[in-house]
Design a protein around this ligand. Sequence first.
Ligand code: SOE
Length: 378
Amino acid sequence: MTKQKLRIGMVGYGFMGRTHSNAFLTAPRFFDLPYQPELTAICARNADRAKAFAENWGYQSTETDWRKLIARDDIDLIDIAAPNNMHMDIAIAAAEAGKMIMCEKPLGRTAVESQKMVDAVEKAKVPNMVWYNYRRIPAVTLAKHMIDEGQLGRIFHYRAKFLQDWTISEDLPQGGEGLWRLDKSVAGSGVTGDLLAHCIDTAMWLNGSIDKVTAMTETFIKTREHTLTGKIEPVGIDDACAFMGRFSNGSLATFESTRYARGHKALYTFEINGEHGSLFWDLHDLHRLEYFDHRDEGLTRGWRSVHITDGEHPYMDKWWVPGLSIGYDESFTHQAADFIMGLNSEAAAPTFKDALETDKVTDAVLRSAETGQWEIAN
Ligand code: SOE
């Protein structure tokens, strides 16, 4: 039977435009979806490059103005993979036009922007989701199931870090394509909104809300040439951030992120310590979940490294055979599949409303780094 199409209009063709496109192409091949995603249009300012992107990924048409894309009757879903400063305007216009929306993280540059986006989708009652992809790595999803089943018991500690090293050179400019993450007016913040937002999303999903935080940030390189103006301009983003916090369930949070950890490209790890056991996960070894269960027999008690590739593990029955692993890109495929399957049932998370909670925490972190005080996050 031919499935009804879900016609996608994507805004942005950078790194995230590619991950999302790949996800929509792959999801229907591995998951039984109620609708067939169709790459209907790609929108980007540069017409030639939009055309080349369309040819490579199989988009049927191109646009250079996102307002025209949103006005089209043959688009059901707007996917926002453009830089952060464009998220709010595109999302609000898309909601007003009655389109479903998927938005790359973070939702807004600040919680004030995110709140407006939440108001718009709630008023329009359109399905919405934010691409916090790491939730859908099978080992991370399994951690969620284990915690929800109470296997760790009372949680005492949650610690996470996300380390990179790509901005250490003083010669690296800020702004423009590929480097907008260094320009505060476009990105909103540095590692806090870009990397810690992932850690906070996962943490709150696994361990509940964060009430208050105390933070420090640093900008190691104070000025950089701006790609668009050619002038040396102050750097407004946080290059590094460390914060402590308290979860509503009484457990303690410690988080760290930097783009100045030489040798680390994307070291995202988290560890959770509970009354009965602990869990540890590392993006560089993403199909493994390290698990310690204190209830094991004494002499053989120890950390187990569980290879999350069995058919019974989350999502894994959709892929190859036991023992064969999947990777980073499949986390996006799972997210696209869950969104499309959720259209006929309950909304797939994280919704805009969920992502707003993350932005409230990142705002509180940045506020605390300014004031030197504990700040209320929720
Ligand atoms: C930054 O380098 C970045 O690409 C983030 O923007 C992504 O969200 C993260 O998943 C990987 O690192």
